[in-house]
Design a protein around this ligand. Structure first.
Ligand code: UDP
Length: 335
């Protein structure tokens, strides 16, 4: 960053991840100096192709649990493996990234008045007994199950950040992110959108876990990033905890049908066992986000799936990439 630059500096931890890299693009487009931090545990440098040559983007390879390398006015904390197979592959790393990462960031929030926008998750609601989920719901989480390293890690990070707000006046904000999808999701993250799209592209059977009647609500990444940036840039966050996601709820069977319709081809649908503690239903109540942020998801599922499908086809070598930097434009076109 040049001397005398008047740009405001933001730090994104987990910048090489799916959400972190999209957020980096958006903040660069909005005129910020962006420092990205990533330990590449699940992040991928390929996700940063759209920003790596931008003179206002700076990458640090490092871990949010260690001392932070820079000063920034706002820290967007997106460092943590987020898909079940990734976060369960090293539960200790998952839990400590959330917990120690939050503690580390707080040093900055307390001593240097840095604003922290923390990526929390709908998983704090666990397998919810209230539906749809409002921010006031306390959740229904198994503290010792396979998902606990992620769920409890995110919950304790929330505790740490909200205590600091109460006790020290730290400017900490939580966005509870519901299922999000889009270009650059890791091809091997085992998530339902990436699995179904890859399976259809490769003419493999679609694997529906359980009876396929469980529900999720899928938000396209550009819509989600709108909400994150709005929350980050509010001068005062009167309500420091907000749900972000798309309230259109559908079953995994309906998602499978949507992917096949978009692809204009059919493959076999097979059943596989339901993973343990798999939430039965999940849908955000976004009343608060609408009111406080003017947040409104705009990308219809079919359009978002089509853009994601095209991105997967490119990365799986099924169609040639459109052009250099095409992903940045692809997202802009849909979003
Ligand atoms: N799922 C599925 N087939 C797959 C992968 C996932 O039916 O190949 C189901 C999974 O059991 C869950 C839903 O899809 O009910 C969403 O799973 P995902 O891992 O994407 O996210 P999360 O469970 O964290 O919401």
């Amino acid at each position: 960053m040049g001397l005398g630059s008047t740009r405001r500096t933001v730090l994104i931890t987990g910048a090489a991840g799916f959400l972190g890299s999209h957020l980096a693009e958006r903040l660069l487009d909005e005129g910020y100096e962006v420092v990205g931090l990533d330990n590449l545990m699940t992040g991928d440098l390929a996700n940063l192709r759209g920003v790596e040559r931008d003179p206002h983007f700076h990458l640090e390879i490092g871990d949010v649990r260690d001392r932070l390398p820079v000063y920034a006015e706002i820290i967007f904390n997106f460092a943590c493996p987020a898909s079940p197979i990734h976060y369960q592959s090293d539960p200790h790393a998952t839990l400590t990234t959330s917990m120690l990462g939050a503690m580390r960031l707080l040093e900055h929030a307390r001593t240097r008045k840095v604003r922290i926008v923390h990526a929390s998750t709908s998983e704090v609601y666990g397998d919810p007994l209230e539906h749809p989920q409002k921010e006031t719901y306390w959740g229904h989480v198994n503290p010792v199950g396979e998902r606990a390293c992620y769920d409890e890690g995110k919950r304790v990070a929330e505790t740490i950040l909200m205590d600091a707000r109460r006790l020290h006046g730290a400017d900490t904000r939580l966005v509870r992110i519901f299922n999000t999808y889009g270009p650059r999701m890791a091809l091997n993250d085992g998530r339902v959108v990436s699995n179904f799209i890859r399976q259809v592209i490769e003419d493999e059977p679609i694997t529906v876990y359980g009876d396929g009647s469980q529900s999720r609500s899928f938000c396209y990444v550009s819509d989600l990033v709108d909400g994150i940036v709005k929350m980050g840039m509010l001068p005062q966050a009167e309500h420091p905890i907000v749900n972000l996601g798309n309230p259109r709820e559908l079953t995994m069977h309906e998602l499978a049908e949507t992917v096949m319709k978009v692809a204009d081809k059919r493959v076999e649908v097979v059943r596989r066992p339901l993973p343990s503690d798999d939430p039965r239903r999940r849908c955000p109540d976004i009343t608060l986000a609408r009111k406080m942020l003017g947040f409104e998801p705009r990308v219809p599922l079919e359009d978002g799936v089509a853009a994601t499908y095209r991105d997967f086809q490119e990365r799986l070598g099924q169609v040639p990439p459109k052009a250099a930097n095409s992903k940045r434009r692809l997202v802009a076109a849909v979003g």
